[in-house]
Design a protein around this ligand. Sequence first.
Ligand SMILES: Cc1cc2nc3c(=O)[nH]c(=O)nc-3n(C[C@H](O)[C@H](O)[C@H](O)COP(=O)(O)OP(=O)(O)OC[C@H]3O[C@@H](n4cnc5c(N)ncnc54)[C@H](O)[C@@H]3O)c2cc1C
Length: 591
Amino acid sequence: MEKNAGGSFLLETADPDDIFTPEDMTEEHKLVAKAAEEFLLGEVAPVIDDLEAKKEGLMPQLLRKSAEVGLMGGDIPEEYGGMGLDKISSLIITEKVPLGGPFAVANVDHTGIGSLPIVYFGNDEQKKRYLPGLANGELIGSYALTEPEAGTDALNAKTTATLSEGGKYYILNGEKQFITNAGYADIFITYAKIDGEQFTGFIIDRDSEGLSLGEEEDKMGIRGTSTRSLILDNVKVPVENLLFKPGKGHVVAFNILNIGRYKLGGACVGAAKLALADTIQYAKSRVQFGHPIADFGLIKEKIGEMVIRTFVAESMVYRNAGLIEDRLKDIDMTSPEAGFESARGIEEYATECSINKVYGSEMLDYVVDEAVQIHGGYGYIKDYPVERYYRDSRINRIFEGTNEINRLLILRMLLRRALKGELPLVQAMKQAASDLLKPSGLRQAPQEGMEMLESLTENAKKIGLLVAGAVYQAHPDDLSEQQELIGMISDIIIEIFAMDSLLARVKKMMKRNNGEMPEIPGAIANVYVIDAMMRIERWAKLIFAAVAQGDVLRTQLSALKRLTRYMPVNSVALRRKVADRVLQAGRYLVS
Ligand SMILES: Cc1cc2nc3c(=O)[nH]c(=O)nc-3n(C[C@H](O)[C@H](O)[C@H](O)COP(=O)(O)OP(=O)(O)OC[C@H]3O[C@@H](n4cnc5c(N)ncnc54)[C@H](O)[C@@H]3O)c2cc1C
């Protein structure tokens, strides 16, 4: 197995030196963050209400203006007029954009799925024609994959492409639905089946004859963004606008969604920090029973947990960005092979991208829900931004692949890597099962400190392998029918990536801190790892009980008991400590 291969987090302990953490940001990274923040706070935040009211022309005007500070072309190579930023910088921008409310989704849609298909899969001529405009704000991008009858099942698209007589155009017919940025996009990356069969990507210019838009959708959240359908009625698309290769639309569509997924995880981290900042201020100023509500234990518990989950998600997305950056940084983006190579590099971490998406979106839903709760009745009133955060958060579990489909993908993609010989997963599952029969093969965790946390994380990996192996063995021919079990296995895998990324980050901090566990990150690690172990134990029990009975089940449960034995920590006190730190700082701060 290659070092830091995709999925390897399940089988080995992360070396902190191989992991990018937010503490590793360079001065350049900080400058990127500052420029983004200044623009968003200065130009966008003051007009969020106007954006929400869909003030005519405002969103495209802000998007175009944001190009001046590099918010539109970070991922576009310099050769094509962009800034050619590294993946960390681009994640930093993504994390900042929620400061602009609905601007975030419009921006991430443009910079991610609306532009990257051309960056990674366009030919040189297409890159020269479109990328400079997408980078400087002359063009706004949009990604049109979903259809009324083909949502999650995107390859079931009904849109067709027929080559015209003379071979100059493809003629596209069909309808795409729920398309972000549609109202003001200049180009649409879309997909159609050539002769009803070959699923293929196309770039469509907005002014193409036969292209029209449906009405704006009246949405629950992200109300300031444009979401419309795209109606293609005999639209002539020049053959030069076919993206990548005929019949290879799925390669474009799914690889780009991988990037979209981890970027979405990053945006969720930024949004969570925003909700935390508002909540901290409110909890300090709202007085009940003669005390600021921030003094009450149940409020501290909520704030502490909000910080903990944000910190964990942050550790996961930056780790993933670092891994992808390492794979893509040496690819020559002007080479005709760049698409293939990038696709391979991104696909390597497809599992991690899905994990980031699911974890980030569910973390944010938790954070905004508690933010509303801490605001009490005021949280339900539109005058307070948390009311909007709560509504805006909900879409993240639905788009870029629903969380259900991403959970199914997490295991499926790992198994695919195993079958291709890229990940020795099957051998590891067998080893874990044979260790189960040898009591000495299952080490009990030490009782405290980083050693205990590391040992529990190792045990979590063994449990993950054991349950995956047990389900695989019980359902060799109908595994894909066992969605509930796959969902729980993926939940365990997600927790493993969370624990592993968290500990790698804290260990890196310890190295810089003369080996001492830093107080707040240390408290976070202790609370999180033990909580995660409780969740993992529950899922593992449910999984074992679904696939085994009698003595086999008893053996599995007794192994599980040994692997999940630990001395509990005082998580009540630790959560309070975390909450007190941010209450004192007045914002998300974990140092
Ligand atoms: C505000 C907004 C913006 C959007 N922006 C874009 C955009 O810019 N471009 C674009 O192409 N699309 C966009 N979408 C579409 C979005 O990606 C889809 O809504 C999403 O992929 C789900 O498809 P669907 O709505 O058809 O739901 P369905 O696919 O019908 O799913 C319904 C439910 O069934 C579940 N389900 C489906 N299949 C399975 C299965 N095999 N196993 C288990 N459960 C399953 C789903 O998880 C979900 O819970 C947007 C949607 C919204 C609401």
